[in-house]
Design a binder for this molecule. Sequence first.
Ligand code: FES
Length: 213
Amino acid sequence: MSNIDLASVTLPVDDGRRRLLIAATSTVAVVGLAAVAVPFIRSMDPSQKAMTAGASITVDIGKLEYGQQMTLEWRGKPVWVLRRSEEMLNIMETEKHRARLRDPDSKELTQQPGYAQNVYRAIEAEYFVVIGICTHLGCVPNFRPDIAPEDLGPEWDGGYYCPCHGSLYDLSGRVYRGVPAPSNLVVPPYHFHAAMVVEIGVGYDDAVQNGKG
Ligand code: FES
């Protein structure tokens, strides 16, 4: 496929699917959903684990339902893949909470690859791939997609809540102002082999360079 500058792409918002499809024809081993993938990695012996410690992981995300999130393990870290629902996308597109976010435009370049420097912090709006570690002191935040829950208040429109010291992130992992976490959650390098197969650990830019993106 042709090399495109994702930073300059405006993601479509009116076709119901809102996809920027990044397809390729590479053949790679595909590991199943997180519920399967994490035990698979944990069941490996130490030498196998060491071999895969720096490797990428390739995952079939086809069974993820709207609003559902899966947890993978990559380089010893939890990585979430959230399939955003129509309601989630609508909330994000209003940018209602923009003024309350510390870095709404993802200007801190260390927190995501260039191709994820958009409001969705993603290659495809529907799928959010992010490392599930709070940027304050490294706790694992809770996924809180519920709207206006009692403990988070009427302004809460879904996102991530770190119970360790109360940091809050929106559905793109963008941190709110006035909380201890200093920056947005980290988006790892990744790309899609096909619409429903994602490889984490190899960025879209590298995949394109190697003829796989
Ligand atoms: S580690 Fe998340 S708020 Fe402190």
